[in-house]
Ligand binder design. Structure first.
Ligand code: ZN
Length: 318
């Protein structure tokens, strides 16, 4: 007879717990703020359901010229963990964090990566004229190339740094976090192996390209690609006939095999150069931000795969 009472009671209790569980879990999610979309994605991969991640600089947005608003400071103040790139990529974070009153841990995702220097400005001409060329938008304060996430070996270190931060914030969930980290690192490794094989199949003399952006130094080093910045390239004025002639000459002299457009940059000049020189445009590369949710490069791994695929096809087509 006793059982008849315990069973419905247990059932009711179980149902109540089920109904309550989602609310309780939602409340427990760790609020994490990342400085830009690529880091936010990495935090989501490792943290899964345990974290609620927001990115200060969203998809397709420029982290260098970012101007924080009061709502960004508010989001930071409510965070329990903050993740930034470091290497002078987002110089605005220190001041913003300070003014927000956030006192928690700031994970510097790039800590411990092998850095490379920023490529020397080949563009003496435009420097003399005071023009911004290509990728000078804000991180020429340092001599180090801040785009360290463009190598998967470095991404491995980013993920480990992020994981360490999450483990300190959520020690009770360490098993789950570590399991997610391992699964993610495995995917990064697999992508790295595939990318190495794909680039190795392209003759070295064909791995010579022009981009409008200096953001791919780490990727270039990882896979033996040579990227050249177009000389006389300026983003704040129309290219003159002399600029175009100089870039065309450079393409012939340096035996460039493909041109690549940078995410959200104006491709008209590249199109003109492609027409003049017969060197084809290989496509668009993503450097500093993911694409909008639901599109081709909306996660770090998708972005990386997209870039590798675009580069491999583009370098082979000529
Ligand atoms: Zn950049």
């Amino acid at each position: 007879m006793k059982r008849m009472f315990t069973t419905p009671f247990a059932w009711v209790l179980g149902l109540t717990l089920c109904l309550m569980a989602p609310i309780t879990l939602a409340q427990q999610k760790l609020p994490v703020v990342a400085s830009f979309s690529i880091l936010a994605d990495m935090v989501r991969e490792v943290g899964g359901d345990l974290v609620e991640v927001t990115s200060l600089v969203g998809p397709n947005a420029d982290a260098h010229g970012f101007e924080p608003t009061p709502s960004d400071a508010k989001r930071l103040a409510q965070a329990k963990l903050v993740v930034v790139n470091g290497l002078n990529f987002e110089g605005w974070t220190n001041r913003l964090i300070k003014s927000s009153g956030y006192k928690g841990e700031v994970v510097i995702a790039s800590k411990g990566v092998k850095t490379i220097p920023l490529p020397p400005r080949s563009n003496k001409d435009s420097a003399q004229h005071g023009h911004n060329h290509g990728h000078s938008h804000g991180h020429n304060h340092g001599d180090i190339d801040p785009h360290a996430w463009q190598s998967l070996d470095n991404a491995n270190i980013y993920v480990k740094n992020i994981t360490a931060g999450l483990l300190r914030a959520l020690p009770a969930q360490s098993e789950q976090i570590k399991a997610r980290e391992q699964a993610y690192l495995k995917r990064l490794d697999e992508m790295n192996m595939n990318a190495r094989a794909a680039f190795a199949a392209i003759p070295t003399e064909k791995r010579r390209a022009i981009t409008s952006h200096d953001a791919f130094g780490y990727l270039a080093r990882a896979y033996g690609i040579q990227f050249f910045s177009p000389q006389g390239w300026s983003t704040d004025r129309e290219a003159s006939a002399a600029d175009v002639a100089r870039i065309n000459r450079q393409i012939r002299d340096q035996k460039i095999t493909a041109l690549f457009v940078e995410q959200s940059s104006d491709s008209r000049l590249l199109e003109r150069i492609a027409k003049d020189t017969g060197v084809k445009i290989g496509g668009t590369l993503y450097s500093d931000a993911l694409s909008a949710p639901g599109t081709e490069a909306d996660t770090y791994l998708k972005m990386y795969a997209y870039n590798v695929d675009t580069l491999v096809k583009g370098l082979q087509q000529n």
